[in-house]
Every structure is written in structure tokens, then in C-alpha cells.
Write a protein that binds this ligand. Structure first.
Ligand code: SF4
Ligand code: SF4
Length: 453
């Protein structure tokens, strides 16, 4: 048990129970009187009718609150209370790198040799004090080709430690606050042992968590300077250090991820500036920036039944996709490596023609680098759909669990995969277009029946 004091981000002293947060919420959209009642119930730890079972953990309500009371953090606190009572759903092992059969361990059997070489290099390098590590991140690791082999990596020492858990960013969104605190301490030990002074993060979420959440809510203060990769990229394009040789002339729309709503919206414009410099014309979705809808991942935070989680996630992803398609853009751009794996899975299951790129891929195309697009993404999307299907089947026979291990031990290694015959069989069948078609149709039917929202 940690001796560090954890501080709630919710400011009950500032809240006047006006209900605006849950009234304006793009997911709940509660009538104002019900919104007032719900926020009161959350504060008093009484039964929640909506927030704890429907919220997509998108951060918007913090921006809607006129009192700066941080209602989002109140929801996290209540989910944390629930976690202590009922534990995490068995399917959640999927995103816990210290649990058996997590997504990184399972995906390992589908990686190309080139991907294995990149990941192994990022995984095994121990930074030296004068290095500037670039934290590739657990989720970008699922699509290592987004950045692997790029000249952009020459400026840094790329590092990947999936048991740094993206600094706890995705667990924070699910209210696993006590686990995040242990991760905060663990990452601090890593950084201090490395002796580095500056750390660049691929995800906005990770920068925010190290800079704001760890010191202000977890009581863990890092001494390093944190730099956001998008900001670094934009600065270096502007200075002429990174040369853009091609104008892409693409009509695109932009997915603002949940964490982009932190830091007063400081993350919204930089990727848009990069896209414009690369020759993209941006058409905004109905919900963008502070009102942006989640990619779907957040729906897993307000889980009700283990078996419904994937269907809830994908049904929220479908809503996002519909908005993106309605813009008439050729491509949907994500500047979050976490969202992109779900967006690609949604695209394939929805059989959508809309292209999806990470903003780093757009910059690479403009720099004149070659991508194996869309083949790499399409293959990986079906790898992940196979893993999700397999994980869902496994989870039926398993119980809820508490996240006890933060760091790998010798017995558990993500890089020692077992045979996984059933998973390989599922993935093999997905090579057949007819099976993909049938599976997509079947998934949509199940989604309509099983989703809880
Ligand atoms: S985090 Fe997002 S979905 Fe949840 S209550 Fe706040 S605005 Fe609504
Ligand atoms: S958290 Fe803010 S918006 Fe929500 S009820 Fe309190 S004061 Fe109003």
C-alpha cells in the first residue's frame, strides 16, 4: 500500500450544483433538473442513474463547468469506489501488460520481423543521462510502422516500456486511481535511474499525466521536463529542420482525443497546423475540440456487464465514425496512437471507405517517406479484431480481478508468446474476405442486441 497522499481533482467547495456539466455532456445530455440530481447523488455517494454507467470518460464536463470544479474527477472517484468493491472486469486483462494474455503478448505472434526488431530495440535500450528519450508508448507499439523506420526517430532515443502503462493515462480514465499512483511512483524511479532531464512523449495523454496528474493528484513529482511530440514536430517544421517536400492536397477531418481537452485545449491546434502545412484541408466534425466524441475506448470505463464491453466500445466508435463520414472528408486523422487502433477496427467492421491516418503518417508522407498504406493498417486491424474476439471468449470463464502487479516479473514476459492455436485459427479465417464480411454483419447484429447504451 502506498504511503503517498492522493488528492481528489474534484473541488466540491466550488460546485454550486448547477448541473451544467451533465446537461451539456455530449453523451448524457441530461435535462437540467436530472443533471442537478445526478451530480448531487455522485457527491453524496448515492445511486448514480447515468454517469457511472454511461459516461465515456471524455473530459468535456471539466470544460463545461463554469466554476472550474472538475466534475470529471468526481466521476473518476466514484469509479474508483466501484473498483474497490467489484474489481476490474475480466476482459480488462486485455490492456494490463502484467496480466497473462494481454494485447501486446497476443499481438506478438502476428508482428513482422521488422516490427519485432523495432520493438525489441525500443524495449531494451536503457537511456543514458544525456539522452532525450522519446516514449513511443504502449498503444503506438501496436502500430509500430506509424513511426518505425522514420527519420523523425533520429532526433531521439526511442524507448518503449509497456509496463510503464502510458504513465497510467488509460487507467486514470477508468478511475483506477490507486493503481495510477503506484505507476506514477514506478515511472519516477525509472526516470530518476536513467538520469535524463528531458522526455518527449508521443501521446498528449502521457505528457499531461506526467506534468499534471502525477504531481497534483498522486503526490509524485517528476523533475524532468516533458515535451509533446506534436509540438516538437510543429516547431521543427516551422524552423525548417524538418522539410516537407510534398503537398498532399487531402480533404481531412480531425479526431480530438479525450485527453486533448486537458490543459485548457492547448493540444487542439498544433496537429491542425501540421496538417495544414502538409497540404491538408480540414473539415471539422459536428463535435470537435471541447465537444469531441470519444473513439469508443472510454465506453469501457462505465462498464456494466463484462460481455457487453466490446459492443459498447464499438457502438460509441460507430457514432464517431458516422460524424466523420458526414463531413465528406477523404480521411480521418488521429493524433492519438491509442484511438487509432479502435478507429481502424471500427472502420473494418463498419466496412467504411474513409481512410484513417495518424498525424505522424501525414507528416511522413509530406516529408517524402514511403508508407505501406493501407495494407499495414488493414492487416493490423484484423489482428486486433481477432485478439478482441479471442479475449472476449477467454474472459467469459474468468473472474473480475484486481490489478496487483505493476512491473513484469521473471515468470511473465510479453515477449515469450505461447502457441495460441485458437487465436491463430480465428486470425487465419479473417484472411478470407467472405469471413470478414460475415463476421462484420454478425458483429453488428450482436452489437444491436448486447450494447448497454
Ligand atoms: S466525461 Fe464526457 S461523457 Fe463523461 S460525463 Fe463528462 S462530458 Fe459526459
Ligand atoms: S461541477 Fe460545475 S457544472 Fe457541475 S454542477 Fe458543479 S458547478 Fe455545476
Amino acid at each position: 500500500m502506498s504511503k503517498l497522499k492522493r488528492l481528489s481533482g474534484f473541488r466540491e467547495d466550488l460546485c454550486n450544483l448547477c448541473g451544467e456539466c451533465l446537461h451539456l455532456c455530449p453523451v448524457l445530455k441530461l435535462p437540467i433538473e436530472e443533471a442537478k440530481e445526478e451530480i448531487k447523488n455522485l457527491i453524496q455517494k448515492k445511486e448514480s442513474k447515468y454517469a457511472l454507467t454511461k459516461c465515456n470518460t471524455c473530459f468535456s464536463c471539466n470544460l463545461y463547468c463554469p466554476q472550474n470544479a472538475n466534475p470529471y474527477n468526481l466521476i473518476l472517484e466514484r469509479w474508483n469506489d466501484l473498483y474497490k468493491k467489484r474489481a476490474a472486469p475480466s476482459l480488462y486483462r486485455f490492456v494490463c501488460p502484467t496480466e497473462q494474455n494481454n494485447i501486446w503478448q497476443l499481438l506478438n505472434i502476428f508482428l513482422s520481423n521488422q516490427e519485432r526488431r523495432w520493438i525489441s530495440k525500443w524495449f531494451n535500450y536503457i537511456p543514458k543521462p544525456n539522452d532525450t528519450p522519446l516514449l513511443i508508448g504502449s498503444y503506438t507499439q501496436l502500430f509500430p510502422f506509424i513511426i518505425g523506420g522514420s527519420k523523425l526517430l533520429d532526433y531521439f532515443k526511442p524507448i518503449d516500456r509497456i509496463d510503464q502503462w502510458e504513465g497510467g493515462a488509460y487507467l486514470y480514465q477508468g478511475g483506477y486511481l490507486d493503481v495510477v499512483q503506484r505507476i506514477a511512483q514506478r515511472t519516477k524511479n525509472d526516470f530518476d535511474n536513467w538520469g535524463v532531464k528531458k522526455i518527449v512523449t508521443c501521446l498528449d495523454a502521457v505528457e499531461y499525466v506526467f506534468r499534471e496528474v502525477h504531481p497534483k493528484e498522486m503526490g509524485v513529482v517528476h523533475t524532468q521536463e516533458f515535451v509533446n511530440f506534436n509540438q516538437w514536430l510543429s516547431d521543427n517544421i516551422n524552423s525548417g529542420e524538418i522539410q516537407l517536400k510534398n503537398q498532399l492536397n487531402m480533404k481531412v477531418t480531425v479526431h480530438d482525443n479525450c485527453y486533448s481537452k486537458t490543459s485548457g485545449g492547448a493540444y487542439w491546434e498544433t496537429p491542425r497546423e501540421i496538417l495544414k502545412k502538409c497540404g491538408c484541408r480540414i473539415i471539422e466534425m459536428k463535435h470537435n475540440r471541447k465537444d469531441s466524441l470519444c473513439c469508443g475506448f472510454g465506453a469501457g470505463a462505465s462498464w456494466v456487464k463484462n460481455f457487453s464491453i466490446i459492443f459498447d466500445i464499438m457502438s460509441e466508435g460507430f457514432k464517431k465514425f458516422k460524424e466523420a463520414e458526414e463531413t465528406g472528408a477523404k480521411a480521418l486523422i488521429s493524433y492519438c496512437g491509442g484511438c487509432i487502433y479502435l478507429l481502424w477496427a471500427t472502420k473494418e467492421l463498419k466496412r467504411s471507405k474513409l481512410d484513417i491516418f495518424h498525424v505522424i503518417e501525414i507528416a511522413r508522407l509530406a516529408m517524402g517517406e514511403k508508407l505501406n498504406y493501407p495494407k499495414d493498417h488493414q492487416k493490423r486491424a484484423w489482428d486486433i479484431i481477432a485478439i478482441m474476439t479471442y479475449s472476449l471468449l477467454l474472459s467469459v470463464a474468468r473472474k473480475n480481478f484486481f490489478i496487483s502487479k505493476i512491473t513484469y516479473d521473471k515468470e511473465l514476459s510479453t515477449f515469450k508468446p505461447k502457441k495460441y492455436r485458437l487465436l491463430k485459427l480465428i486470425r487465419y479465417t479473417f484472411n478470407l474476405l467472405i469471413i470478414r464480411y460475415i463476421f462484420s454483419r454478425f458483429f453488428l447484429i450482436l452489437m444491436k442486441i448486447l450494447k448497454t447504451r
